[in-house]
Design a binder for this molecule. Structure first.
Ligand SMILES: *Cc1c(COP(=O)(O)O)cnc(C)c1O
Length: 432
């Protein structure tokens, strides 16, 4: 039975939902930052996910091994460093819906985007262009623009930034399809987000890949805001490549080692690539020969022996994802974000406007909230005032210019009670 509005807004309802939550035990496996001695209501998992309590043990294991075994740590005992990145391969492949040989944890997101473009952006005079979304995360735009220039082409004509056609900076699938049809013959590459960072809109990746391939383009995805947030089926989506980071919904710590996907059909590609010894055929890597012969699969794009300390927390995080499972996390995520949405519609209209699509299939955890007015202030001024008020109340969202507060209830550690706290805090700000 649907709850009545009075029930929906009671603390009892929020607490009952949390008590009945099959994933409720996971919150206790994270460090929740404190505010005035109480747990913060932390809604920034889309920016920096909270620390799993097991992260420390994984890092300490590496430090101890280094202290006690030094160079031999590469080949002896538990969690040897030589094949260390293989420890994360299977659980990471499960999170992104890939075959294990299609994924590798390496470098950082932007570095991986460049490495992928070295192989998968091969512009010609007839097909020089990249299609991306207008308003993309700046690092992606810098990377794409610099690649266009690097190849001697002109970003003014060959970096095509599709303008949003739908409300609040979102895109209809028709607009994406029209752009691919219109620019198709000139497109070398399409780079599209899994979830757009500013609006929180999620996209049909398989459909974008299908349209892109039909137009003769290569298709790559930036999954920074999608991985660990939505169930992904990267292999089936048929993307050529994808990149993402592990410090947002993947909870692996600031600047954590990032992720990369290369579709199995490119496992033994003879496309050009920037090479390093860790991408060399494993069987012969230590013959230290002069000629590069890539190992098959995503591993073949590795450059260096990986930063083991940076990879260690990812192991702890992936254990939690494997235990909870993406389908269960997604179920809870829909409920939690739907609860936030329902409360905003009932109690905060006129104060906040939701910019993220209302269709749950077109969003993940995040709602992007435009601050309309309150306390006699409008727009940006109202937004800054509310944002600072929330932080003083121990309710942490994040701010995006000019007037957006992003709130991401994360199913591994956020609760209905957290959501209720956010709503009450906005009410307290509005009517002091
Ligand atoms: C978070 C994010 C980045 C950050 O890039 P780094 O290389 O990890 O610093 C880049 N692109 C998008 C879309 C992001 O959301």
């Amino acid at each position: 039975m649907e709850p009545t509005l009075t029930e929906l807004f009671s603390d009892d309802y929020a607490q009952a939902q949390d008590a009945a939550d099959p994933l409720r035990g996971f919150r206790d496996r994270f460090h929740i930052p404190k505010h005035d001695g109480h747990d913060q209501a932390y809604f920034c998992g889309n920016s920096l996910g909270l620390q799993p309590k097991t992260a420390r043990a994984h890092v300490e294991e590496v430090l101890s091994k280094w202290a006690m075994e030094a160079v031999e740590g590469h080949f002896t005992g538990q969690a040897q460093w030589m094949p260390y990145h293989e420890l994360v391969r299977d659980p990471l492949a499960a999170v992104v819906g890939a075959e294990p040989s299609e994924v590798v944890a390496m470098n950082s997101l932007t570095a991986n985007l460049h490495l992928m473009m070295v192989s998968f952006y091969r512009p010609t005079r007839e097909r020089p262009a990249i299609l991306m979304e207008a308003g993309a995360f700046p690092s992606d735009r810098y990377a794409l623009e610099s690649q266009v220039r690097f190849h001697g082409f002109d970003p003014a004509t060959d970096l095509i930034e599709l303008q949003p056609d739908a409300p609040d900076g979102t895109f209809s699938m028709q607009a994406i399809a029209r752009a691919i049809a219109e620019y198709g013959p000139r497109l070398a590459l399409i780079v599209w987000p899994g979830v757009q960072y500013r609006t929180g809109q999620a996209f049909d990746l398989a459909e974008i890949a299908r349209l892109g391939h039909a137009a003769g383009a290569v298709v790559g995805f930036d999954l920074a805001h999608a991985v660990g947030n939505l169930p992904l089926r990267l292999h089936d989506s048929d993307a050529d490549f994808a990149v993402w980071c592990h410090y947002k919904y993947m909870n692996s710590g600031p600047g954590a080692v990032a992720g990369c996907f290369v579709h199995a059909r490119h496992a033994r590609t003879d496309r050009p690539r920037f090479a390093g010894w860790w991408g060399h055929d494993q069987a012969t890597r230590f013959r230290m020969g002069p000629d590069f012969s890539p190992t098959s699969g995503a591993d073949g794009w590795q450059l260096s022996n990986p930063p083991i300390l940076g990879l260690a927390p990812l192991r702890g995080s992936l254990e939690l994802f494997a235990q909870a499972g993406m389908p269960a996390l997604r179920e809870k995520s829909k409920r939690l974000t739907g609860y936030l949405e329902a409360l905003i519609h009932e109690r905060l209209t006129g104060t906040l406007q939701i910019a993220t699509p209302a269709d749950p299939e077109q969003r993940g955890a995040q709602l992007s909230l435009r601050v309309v007015q309150g306390r006699g202030l409008q727009g940006r001024e109202a937004g800054r005032s509310l944002f600072e008020f929330l932080a003083r109340e121990g309710v942490l969202g994040d701010w995006r210019e000019p007037d957006v507060i992003r709130i991401s209830p994360v199913p591994l550690y956020n609760t209905h009670a957290d959501v209720m706290r956010f709503v009450r805090a906005v009410e307290a700000w509005r009517a002091p």
